[in-house]
Design a protein around this ligand. Structure first.
Ligand SMILES: [Zn+2]
Ligand SMILES: [Zn+2]
Ligand SMILES: [Zn+2]
Length: 439
């Protein structure tokens, strides 16, 4: 059942959308939703429970497909009705693995075929989902065609009559593998963990109605596979509810290109129209920051390879040579400083990590005027480093700032907020201990 806080409407120039049915306060939970279908990414298949999406050192493996993994027999049992058909498909393709979107599309079909999962209550049905096939560049369409063939192969082997079964049970636009794959790729959400690391993909049909804005009034946060949508500003009745489909910390030109490529629309939000923050992101002398900008692709390559030593060396060299003359809020400098933070954390060089982290905070504050999970997580990371290095007072201050964000983006009951509250308590008791031992 949909909460009465939001309703469907036609958004001028954007098609379907969701708007506030009444006044919504900053930090309020607008809706929480379980996915119609979801799956752990192949990349993390060995590290995350395929039922509850929790990370574990050791997981129980499905003895049949040898792919699905679970925390324990309880998770395995609960997952079985959804995994049964998938398990056969996976076995038939071994040792090959279908891509994440093929697995998700198959799981969606299984969910639609099982009557218990019928989603008649949804505000938005799969039938209405956009596939964008007509407006798609030929090259992208070819990529999707390949996925569609893989989907057919993957499904066919489970039961030869499945495609026929699909015919009568599914809405017409979902019977055709190509349009189904197109809908799945356009409408799926990335499921991330507390640290905002991507762990899987899921379909939450009603929430696909949310339109994009580069300065949205809502954010999505996950707890396991449950999606929670919260307001990050006060919202008036009938105002459209928006989220950002992409990372907002980038230039207007880059955001617009990414939205066109991935979501097939041109963003005309207020932030795009006013090119808000572009000037700040490009602050400093171009002759200096250009070198930082040009170094980014190579550094990103090193990061993708987890080549932390070389990455840290390159970042620290760039930051101390050209970087010194570029302001901290410059986007390219900020990206490099963040990479240096990542690399030092991976190498266990905590002092360096802390100093890089601290350097990024004023820029984060400027670029995230509303509470944003990315900003909250960055503060938590830095706070943990300060705490570990026994800068207790700084740590407490950083944790407090994180709390002021996370209480809105994640809510008071989210495990991440609980963890943060614990950290603040630890800081308090350590400070009491220090002051009493001095006397
Ligand atoms: Zn589990
Ligand atoms: Zn299995
Ligand atoms: Zn925009």
């Amino acid at each position: 059942m949909m909460a009465p806080m939001l309703e469907r409407f036609v958004s001028p120039g954007k098609g379907n959308g969701l708007r506030a049915a009444g006044r919504i306060r900053k930090g309020e939970l607008v809706i929480s939703a379980e996915p119609l279908a979801c799956c752990v990414s192949n990349r993390l298949a060995k590290e995350v429970c395929h039922h509850c999406f929790t990370r574990h050192e050791s997981l129980l493996r499905c003895s049949q497909c040898k792919m699905a993994r679970y925390c324990n027999t309880t998770c395995q049992k609960q997952a079985w009705s959804g995994h049964k058909r998938e398990c056969k498909c996976l076995q038939s393709l071994l040792p090959r693995l279908p891509t994440d979107s093929v697995r998700l599309a198959a799981k969606l079909i299984f969910a639609l075929l099982s009557p218990s999962k019928s989603s008649s209550e949804e505000l938005y049905t799969l039938e209405e989902h956009e596939s964008h096939l007509t407006s798609m560049p030929e090259q992208k369409k070819q990529g999707l065609s390949q996925l569609a063939s893989m989907l057919e192969l993957y499904l066919q082997q489970e039961a030869p009559d499945l495609l026929q079964e699909m015919g009568s049970a599914l809405p017409p636009s979902c019977r055709e593998p190509l349009s189904l794959i197109a809908k799945v790729t356009c409408n799926c959400f990335t499921i991330s963990d507390g640290e905002l690391q991507e762990i899987g993909v899921g379909l939450y049909p009603s929430l696909s109605l949310l339109n994009h804005d580069c300065r949205p009034n809502c954010v999505m946060v996950f707890e396991g596979t449950k999606l929670e949508l919260r307001a990050v500003r006060d919202i008036d009745p009938e105002d459209e509810l928006t989220i950002s489909y992409i990372e907002t910390l980038s230039l207007t030109e880059d955001r617009q290109r990414q939205l066109e490529e991935q979501y097939h629309f041109t963003c005309h939000c207020q932030r795009c129209d006013s090119r808000d923050k572009d000037g700040l992101m490009l602050s400093g002398e171009e002759g200096k920051w250009r070198l930082l900008k040009e170094a980014l692709p190579r550094l990103e390559g090193l990061k993708a390879e987890s080549n932390w030593e070389t990455l840290l060396e390159s970042c620290s060299h760039l930051l101390s040579s050209v970087g010194g003359e570029v302001p901290e809020e410059n986007l390219y400098k900020l990206r490099i400083t963040d990479m240096a933070l990542d690399a030092s954390v991976h190498l266990g060089r905590w002092e360096e990590a802390m100093s890089y982290g601290v350097t990024t905070l004023p820029a984060y504050r400027q670029y995230y005027p509303d509470p944003h999970p990315v900003h909250g997580i960055q503060l938590m990371r830095v706070g943990k480093l300060q705490h570990y290095l026994e800068n207790i007072e700084d740590a407490l201050d950083t944790f407090r700032q994180a709390y002021e964000i996370v209480k809105f983006t994640h809510g008071e009951d989210h495990p991440l907020t609980t963890e943060l509250t614990m950290k603040m308590k630890e800081c308090h008791s350590e400070m009491d201990h220090h002051s009493s031992s001095r006397h």
